[in-house]
Design a protein around this ligand. Structure first.
Ligand code: GLA
Length: 391
């Protein structure tokens, strides 16, 4: 039995009724890291790993949430909603809170969820929960929200109930994913278009360091503030500037460097990352994966030296793969301080290279490297009965 069947069955056993079942995917990001909350572009894609959520309405105000992966239950009331003392319920409660603030009519509900997205590995398992919740409740209570509105509810839940001041990339990728396509999202205009990722001979392989980045939120929020400080310093002299995408290296050298070297480094990384992303989009037009890969390596060095969000394990993986023929590009992915590296690898060498990297990782860190071969899938959707395996 697959995971989605398990979640549906668990719900039926617990609540003796048929749930509405939705699934929301995790994401990868080819390039454009820490650019989203800086109003720059990003280039993510939804992957074929999902959070499954079974929901049903109640006639009272009770909220029952069961996290199948933790075998843990949490209950709350719609009447006096507040953040939970433990983390995981807040991804669900945060969404309910946003709907309540917006005056949406909800009743109590039963929720069972679980999935196959590795947790805290930089693959947006958190966004997959908030997006699944917002999408499922939109359907269940017929709220009529657009996908963009749902993405923003999910993002706001993370800001207000989890305390991570994330950008919109993860939620957007989870909701707008399209099989075989990358999403180029402009985080200033919130416009997007799809870029086909058609190369049949290239695989996206993730190497999971196993380092959980649970403590990342304070460092993440700090990076965000540093970038905002950099923009404010430039705005004093160049009031037309709205965000880092409008700022040049010259301006940084003139107005930011003399004030704070750290703020300068953070902003410089973001400006360079935006440039790299545009170059990657051009290279993708001609399937020039060699250039795409080079830019990814450079992103890694920027994240390591300027943005300072990498870790020894990620650095080791990138340095190791850089020496291996058949790896076109590699870098740490997501917020940082652990999680996965994303690698573009020639298809026919992917297995062999993964084994080699696993061995090297084991001898260096005395622990197992997990490897995920991913493909690009669709965004959040209702799981229809015909999508379920017969049990
Ligand atoms: C996390 C956040 C995203 C984005 C990335 C870094 O995944 O949720 O909004 O900022 O980190 O690119």
């Amino acid at each position: 039995m697959g995971k989605q069947e398990k979640i549906a069955e668990l719900y039926q056993q617990m609540y003796k009724s048929q749930p509405l079942l939705v699934r929301s995917p995790g994401r990868v990001n080819i390039i454009g890291e820490h650019t989203d909350y800086n109003l720059g572009p990003v280039l993510p894609a939804a992957i074929n790993k999902y959070m499954y959520m079974a929901v049903g309405a109640r006639t009272d105000n009770e909220i029952n949430i069961y996290a199948a992966d933790y075998s843990d239950q949490f209950s709350a009331s719609l009447i006096k909603l507040e953040p939970a003392w433990k983390l995981w319920p807040n991804y669900v409660l945060g969404v309910i809170n946003e709907f309540q603030k917006a005056g949406k009519n909800l009743t109590g509900m039963n929720i069972v969820f679980g999935g196959d997205i590795p947790l805290a590995a930089g693959l947006s398992s958190s966004a997959s929960i908030t997006c699944a919740t917002a999408y499922a409740l939109d359907k269940l209570f017929d709220l009529g929200l657009s996908r963009l509105e749902i993405a923003k509810v999910a993002q706001a839940a993370e800001h207000n109930y989890v305390g991570v001041h994330c950008g919109l990339m993860d939620q957007f990728a989870s909701l707008f994913g399209k099989e075989g396509n990358l999403i180029k999202l402009n985080c200033t205009t919130e416009e997007h278009h799809y870029i086909p990722f058609t190369a049949k001979d290239i695989k996206i392989v993730l190497f999971d360091t196993g380092i959980k980045h649970h403590l990342v939120s304070s460092a993440y929020n700090e990076r965000r503030e540093q970038c905002q400080n950099g923009v404010a310093l430039v705005q004093k002299h160049e009031p037309q500037v709205k965000g880092l995408p409008d700022i040049t290296e010259d301006m940084l050298n003139k107005y930011v460097k003399p004030v704070s070297d750290i703020v300068f480094k953070r902003c410089l990384y973001v400006i360079q990352e935006i440039e790299r992303l545009e170059k990657v989009c051009t290279a993708l037009e001609t399937d020039d994966f060699k250039s795409v890969g080079e830019h990814m390596f450079n992103t890694h060095y920027g994240l390591k030296d300027l943005y300072e969000v990498s870790c020894d394990e990620c650095d080791f993986l990138v340095d190791t793969t850089r020496q291996i023929e058949g790896v076109l590009g590699s870098r740490m992915m997501g917020a940082g301080f652990g999680g996965c590296t994303i690698n573009l690898i020639h298809n026919e060498l992917a297995e062999e290279i993964s084994e080699k990297v696993k061995n090297e990782y084991r001898s260096r860190f005395k622990k197992e490297l997990k490897v995920y071969h991913t493909s690009i899938g669709n965004g959040t959707e209702v799981v229809k009965p015909e999508m379920l395996e017969a049990v």
